[in-house]
Write a new protein. Structure first.
Length: 134
């Protein structure tokens, strides 16, 4: 999905398997990609969260966050999925792949939730083969 639509946005980013990444690296990448800013050695990325949010609101952006698994990661990415600000004008799209709706529901609007069915083993194998071997 990301590869099909990312070129329709001013800025876009795909964060794969967020649960296994340092969340500060994800935030640094957002700052760099959406605000064209690079952190200096002694900078605290959390001081830039509001700046990142403003950059995301001012542009047409697509953000795909895959496999958020821990509540702390979700909280750290609050700026991406703030249900009261980021999608106000619907020019921005933020997709979060998350398996526990009970935690996610406090961060997104109910009507934006899309339940997805899991792939059957054969479908998963075909998808893997397609991406691995073209």
């Amino acid at each position: 999905m990301y590869h099909l639509f990312h070129n329709q946005y001013e800025k876009s980013n795909f964060f794969e398997d967020v649960k296994s990444k340092d969340i500060n690296n994800v935030k640094e990448k957002l700052l760099h990609d959406f605000c064209d800013k690079k952190l200096h050695k002694d900078d605290d990325v959390d001081e830039y969260l509001e700046k990142i949010k403003q950059c995301m609101i001012s542009k047409k952006v697509l953000v795909v966050v895959d496999h958020v698994d821990m509540k702390k990661n979700l909280g750290a990415l609050q700026l991406c999925i703030d249900k009261h600000s980021i999608n106000v004008d619907y020019k921005n799209n933020v997709f979060v792949n998350y398996r526990n709706w009970q935690i996610l529901k406090n961060h997104v609007r109910e009507f934006t939730k899309v339940d997805m069915a899991f792939l059957e083993d054969e479908q998963a194998r075909e998808l893997f083969m397609f991406h691995a071997f073209k």
